[in-house]
Design a protein around this ligand. Structure first.
Ligand code: ADP
Ligand code: MG
Length: 526
């Protein structure tokens, strides 16, 4: 079967060659160690391309953002985009990577229709930065109870051009080329094979995405292809050297990374246990079926004929301004340092310390775009208790945001009215269950304030101690059986008693007062 995948992004029509069951039992899995290394392509957030002035705007009509250079017309020359170098340097600083004071461009040759020049300009021999390390938190609330702190090492960061896009028309049996993306600046970030599971790799990419977004060097939108992840995966047994790896491409979401890797690990184990060898091949991830499928093989036989790019001089970056260093023409590291925003790791540490929150809450606050600033806006009223606010924010507000498939930044509920809701809850004007109902209505009708909803619905909590005590007494007198059971040690029946009392109050009795009163009355009788 002839498959025409594009060389860089690996896009291809959906072929199904062979499928594997994803079930492998745990005991068989345990003797295998899995190893994962990532190659990440991050599109540089820049108005124009790496070597030409054409726009990089996403979603423009096909072939409307193509300069003569992007189309590789003879006689055109590359002009390095300063912004792209600065973005690379900034990213290297954020990732603790060592910036090479001199880096160079190379040509990597291959023949494919979406690469009109027949080569990609990349940085093979002397990349922009080498080494580096990134601390991340392996935490997915639906998988881990507790967050686990991890670190992964980087091999290098290099600048390179993106290719065009091949659009495969299966009916007409033809491939069409859109060169809008051709020549867009990429940062290729390569990690050491430092991950042992799909969850770890996914958490790492999430952290990287947050960093790139916070320093503004990549928008991190995986669904639009601005952040693309290739996962190299192998398995071996304890004491053995690393196994043959496969490379999985076309993963376009954070969850997809975890899924693709977990599937591939299971597939490799099942291959090995059936006596077959792992073939060093490139595979594609099918997000719908959750499987990886072979894509193109014998990649290693390709000879890219690397050679220095003769039309670009080496890139020099300087630590600071000095004799002979003119600010207009070079990139100066110290000047860029000011642009380094508070990084996610520092944010988490600050949030934990400043507001007395546990790490898992800090991770949720920092990982959800816009949530931390929303939280801090609510806390501008210093009377508010951070722990109380964060509890309803993470449990209820975020739940509303997710179920409505919107984002915190475009939440119809403002920090001001959410803060007012928190105040009503903490002053016991409403109960938690009422607060949940009010919040849902606030999302429906963002113009109404929580106080108005509560008074309109007559949902104010009853904290009248006399009234509560009277009702408690009545309920106790009418439920002698329950009281006896409670006295025998069946503490659970308290819930039944509370239920009866709340029924009398249509659920509006102050739960704290109800419990206190009930217990006091029963104890005094004992
Ligand atoms: P290539 O030059 O073929 O791209 P590299 O040595 O640069 O190969 O590695 C590419 C990626 O593959 C890196 O992210 C690296 O961590 C990862 N990798 C290398 N060997 C293995 C292995 N045995 N198992 C899993 N990942 C690996
Ligand atoms: Mg590689």
């Amino acid at each position: 079967m002839s498959v025409l995948p594009c060389r860089l992004c690996g896009c291809l029509p959906r072929y199904r060659l062979r499928s594997y069951s994803s079930s492998t039992n745990q005991s068989r899995k345990s003797k295998w160690k899995s190893v994962i290394g990532l190659e990440i392509h991050a599109q540089i957030l820049s108005k124009s391309k790496l070597f030409s002035g054409s726009s990089t705007k996403y979603g423009a009509p096909v072939n409307t953002q193509v300069s003569f250079f992007d189309a590789a017309l003879p006689g055109t020359l590359p002009v390095l985009n300063r912004r792209c170098v600065e973005a690379g340097v900034l990213t290297a600083m954020a990732l603790n990577s060592k910036i090479n004071k001199i880096s160079k461009f190379d040509r990597k040759h291959y023949f494919y229709a979406d690469l009109p020049s027949g080569y990609q300009i990349t940085q093979q021999r002397q990349p922009l930065a080498v080494g580096g390390e990134l601390a991340y938190v392996n935490f997915n609330p639906s998988v881990h109870k507790q967050p686990i702190k991890k670190k992964a090492k980087l091999v290098q960061i290099q600048l390179e051009q993106d290719s065009g896009k091949s659009l495969h028309d299966l009916e007409e049996k033809q491939s069409l080329i859109d060169l809008n993306r051709a020549g867009t600046g990429l940062m290729e970030i390569v990690t050491e094979p430092d991950f042992t599971s799909g969850e770890e790799a996914a958490s790492f990419v999430k952290e990287l995405q947050l960093i790139l977004q916070s320093i503004g060097t990549c928008d991190g939108k995986m669904s639009e292809g601005s952040l693309r992840v290739d996962a190299n995966i192998s398995i071996h047994q304890e004491g053995e050297s690393l196994g043959t790896r496969t490379e999985v491409k076309n993963i376009n979401s954070i969850r997809g990374i975890a899924k693709a890797i977990e599937f591939e690990i299971k597939r490799q184990i099942s291959e090995k246990e059936s006596g077959r060898q792992i073939v060093n091949e490139t595979r594609t991830f099918d997000a719908e079926s959750g499987e990886t499928l072979p894509m193109r093989d014998k990649e290693k036989i390709l000879d890219y004929r690397f050679m220095p790019e003769p039309n670009l001089p080496p890139v020099h970056v300087y630590d600071s301004v000095g004799p002979g260093v003119s600010v207009e023409h070079v990139v100066i590291i110290n000047q860029l340092k000011e642009q380094l925003q508070e990084l996610p790791e520092e944010k988490r540490r600050r949030v934990q310390k400043q507001y007395g929150l546990p790490l898992n809450t800090a991770v949720i606050l920092v990982n959800e775009p816009g949530l931390l600033s929303f939280f801090e806006e609510v806390l501008q009223d210093s009377k508010r208790d951070p722990v109380a606010v964060v509890t309803i924010l993470v449990n209820e507000f975020l739940g509303q945001i997710h179920s409505r498939e919107i984002t915190v930044t475009n939440s119809p509920v403002s920090a001001v009215s959410f803060g007012e809701l928190c105040d009503m809850l903490s002053s016991e004007k409403i109960s938690l269950s009422t607060a949940k109902k009010v919040l849902a209505l606030m999302f429906e009708k963002p113009e109404s304030r929580p106080q108005d909803i509560v008074s309109e619905k007559n949902w104010l909590q009853v904290s009248d101690t006399k009234l509560i005590e009277e009702t408690c007494r009545n309920v106790l007198t009418n439920s002698p059986k329950l009281v006896t059971e409670y006295k025998k040690g069946k503490k659970k029946v308290l819930n039944a008693l509370i239920g009866q009392i709340q029924k009398d109050f249509q659920g509006r009795a102050n739960p704290r007062l109800v419990i206190e009163t009930l217990q006091r009355l029963i104890d005094s009788e004992m």
